[in-house]
Write a protein that binds this ligand. Structure first.
Ligand SMILES: [Zn+2]
Ligand SMILES: [Zn+2]
Length: 395
């Protein structure tokens, strides 16, 4: 009789499978993707010692209190605080039943937040096996991984496809081919997107017919008023030849919060992470949440021109009367029109706010100088002129 070869599950896989199953009871869907319920998120954890499951927990509301799934999340600074985390619930269950977990291991479908991590250390857990990287409050999850060794805790990521190679967002490795594509009707080839960070979101069009793809923050950030911050998207892209990606402000949340995108041109040859430089012109601190729409990128064709130096330019009706460096306004019809247009299009933040914010900002880095320095140095009327100029180019 032929014997079928049966491959048994390894212990780590086995316990992680159990943790994944436990996660299906979660009542707040703000964790990592669940293997057993496609499209649903949650976190599950099991505590194991001597190859025996001692306790389990999933992220859910305290007993008797309302569930997120029923009444919505309880959001504070970008995080739902209603639930007890899976790891904490596993600890609590052991405590409640008087089970000794000292020296044990914890399997969790998403890496622990800083709070849970601290409790795990003090509970005597010596090994933490994580299914996915969870970027929790203010990026403190990165800290957790960094502190594990110091605390004498062995920390591992079991499912390599979900684990970060390094936590400081590595440059893409050429041999990796995990790319996603954004389909296009016009481009001869699709826009290829590669995730560099496990929590990164692939850019997408919010509505049919939108010009720009939404870009999402891959980690949270706290931006003091008047300060600049480079918001990471956790993705890199391969823009087809002959096309360029232009980063623009996005209406909605970023504008309401007073975040101004400081421009960005993504050339087709660039394969590094897409970073969105922003300045906080709101007058108060702004929190950017992980997964939040932060800007948009418009992919469009361009042409390169032959540059030719010459002594004389062709004549035009306007000649050299333009947005000069003097303070005298040029009273042409066109300018008045532009002025009116600018007044109509005026949206917060105003140029004064930007100028004020930029003058409060620390010395600007070389890369961002081009945009911000001239504005911060300009006087009011000059800045107005500049704005007209910009509006002109824009609309
Ligand atoms: Zn929730
Ligand atoms: Zn936690």
């Amino acid at each position: 009789m032929e014997k079928k070869e049966k491959k048994r599950r390894g212990w780590d896989e086995y316990f992680m499978d159990i943790a994944e199953l436990v996660a299906t009871r979660a009542t707040c869907n703000r964790g990592s993707d669940l293997k057993y319920v496609p499209g649903f998120k949650g976190v599950g954890a099991v505590i194991v010692r001597d190859r025996t499951v001692l306790s389990s927990g999933y992220n859910g509301s305290p007993r008797g209190l309302d569930h997120c799934d029923d009444i919505g999340h309880e959001m504070v600074e970008g995080h739902c605080i209603r639930t007890v985390h899976a790891e904490a619930n596993a600890l609590v269950q052991a405590a409640k039943n008087g089970i000794m977990i000292d020296g044990g291991a914890l399997y969790t479908t998403a890496s622990p937040c800083y709070d849970c991590f601290k409790m795990l250390i003090n509970s005597g857990i010596k090994r933490i096996v994580c299914g996915a990287f969870y970027g929790s409050r203010y990026g403190a999850s990165d800290k957790v991984v960094g502190l594990a060794a110091q605390a004498g805790v062995q920390m591992e990521f079991l499912r390599a496809d979900k684990a970060p190679d390094q936590l400081d967002l590595p440059e893409p490795k050429p041999e990796e081919k995990e790319t996603e594509t954004v389909k296009s009707l016009l481009l001869s080839s699709n826009l290829k997107i590669k995730k560099l960070h496990p929590m990164a979101k692939v850019p997408d069009y919010a509505h049919e017919g939108d010009a720009g793809l939404d870009l999402y923050a891959s980690e949270g950030a706290s931006i003091p008023t008047g300060q600049r911050e480079k918001i990471k998207t956790g993705i890199s892209m391969e823009i087809p030849d002959g096309y360029v990606g232009l980063i623009w402000d996005r209406g909605g949340v970023p504008v309401k919060k007073g975040l101004k995108t400081m421009g960005g041109v993504i050339d087709s040859g660039y394969r590094g992470e897409v970073i969105v430089p922003v300045v906080n012109v709101s007058g108060e601190n702004v929190e950017v949440m992980q997964g939040e729409k932060i800007a948009q990128i418009i992919i469009q064709p361009f042409e390169q021109v032959e540059v030719e130096e010459t002594d004389g330019l062709g004549e035009s009706a306007r000649g050299e009367d333009a947005f000069g460096s003097s303070d005298e306004l040029v009273e042409s019809e066109e300018l008045v029109e532009l002025e009116e247009e600018a007044a109509i299009k005026e949206e917060e933040p105003t140029i004064d706010e930007i100028t004020k914010a930029l003058s409060n900002a620390p010395a600007l880095s070389k890369e961002s100088k081009g945009f911000s320095e001239p504005l911060s140095r300009m006087g009011g009327s000059e800045a107005q002129e500049r704005r007209k100029n910009e509006n002109r180019g824009r609309w």
